[in-house]
Ligand binder design. Sequence first.
Ligand code: AVJ
Ligand code: FE
Length: 438
Amino acid sequence: ATHIDRDRMRARIAAVLERARLRTMALTDAVDEADLLAQHSPLMSPLVWDLAHIGNQEELWLVRDVGGREAVRADIDELYDAFKHARVNRPALPLLDPGQARGYVGTVREKALDVLGTSELSGSPLVDNGFAFGMIAQHEQQHDETMLATHQLRVGAPVLSAPPAPGTQAPVDGEVIVPAGEFLMGTSADPWALDNERPAHPVHVPAFAIDIAPVTNEQYLAFLTDGGYDRPELWSPRGWAHRQEAGLVAPQFWEREGDRWTRTAFGVRAPLRPRQPVVHVCWFEAEAYARWAGKRLPTEAEWEKAARFDPATGATRRYPWGADEPDQHTANLGQRHLEPAEVGAYPAGASATGVHQLIGDVWEWCSSGFEAYPGFRAFPYREYSEVFFGGDYRILRGGSFGTDEVACRGTFRNWDHPIRRQIFAGFRLARDLREDER
Ligand code: AVJ
Ligand code: FE
């Protein structure tokens, strides 16, 4: 790369790291020290753990590995290794206190920026095209979304606010048919794509129909009032057992108030917005809804084909709408709004096949488990993806209002246990074609 290319790349990396840090600070400065140290749910770390863990990963990869610099704090790696301590046990660890954690992430960032200033950004797979920096920016933003979920679980006076998400601009009823055929799934070219998105590989997908929009609160409420939670025949055996054991009666954070339903988001209780995608449902609830509706969840390959494949050219796009970075006209990302937008709010973000809101708003549960693509190679560490392959996970695609654009693209893969619902997850439906539709 020329000097100019390299300077441009450095400026872009610095801006992406800065955006992540502003978000991290907004999420951690919003609450007092007691709140930062508290465990708001056994499913989540104290916010102060996420904060120092963000700094520790940045130290490990950028300061020590890429930079070859001395450790800032060699003594705390173990505390902030996600594999050493389950989330439930993290509050009891001798963690850095909020002041120490803030100082630590600040020192690490100064050194990381110094490393950035001197790195050639080429010469090894870890630094080519700034990969390690992009990986660390994505890591911080992923934890920012996790911290946003912690905020959603936190009880107390509201501390976060944002303008309401936009309303419907275009009708999005019904479904589209995606024709049978091969498409190129995953990527070998995207410089900051993570290991599990690689390599690009052809996948033959039979023709299918997929809904233009995710399932809304209004539609989900119809399932609920039709006895959806009381009809075992709609649930898989495992899903029904979980529904019974966990006492599921509605999406998480929904509450009935007289004859209407409300939903609490970041400490504010409000009536449901009927045309907003349903959020905070687990995979088993999505599966039961789909059976009630006479459809099914899309496979991961179907989701990605609907999002990226352009039947007119045979090309596979980076985003549903093309190659341009997401903006406020194409997708609800980046915690700009603290809720999903109504369906049909982003006509400019539709895919070549006419499917809306695949990126942003809510993560979408797919039927598939988390598996390696053919030709997968763990990079740069097995614990990002490889150790999760074949586990009890289901794929989530597309990102949510809480996801930053650096951690979201047509190939990005997320996964979680099928019982989880504190994440910002909803779903859309698909189905096989009937004989007369083929
Ligand atoms: C890809 C979102 C499942 O949060 O567990 C953060 C991302 N990996 N730190 C997670 C991640 C290491 C991961 N998910
Ligand atoms: Fe992490």
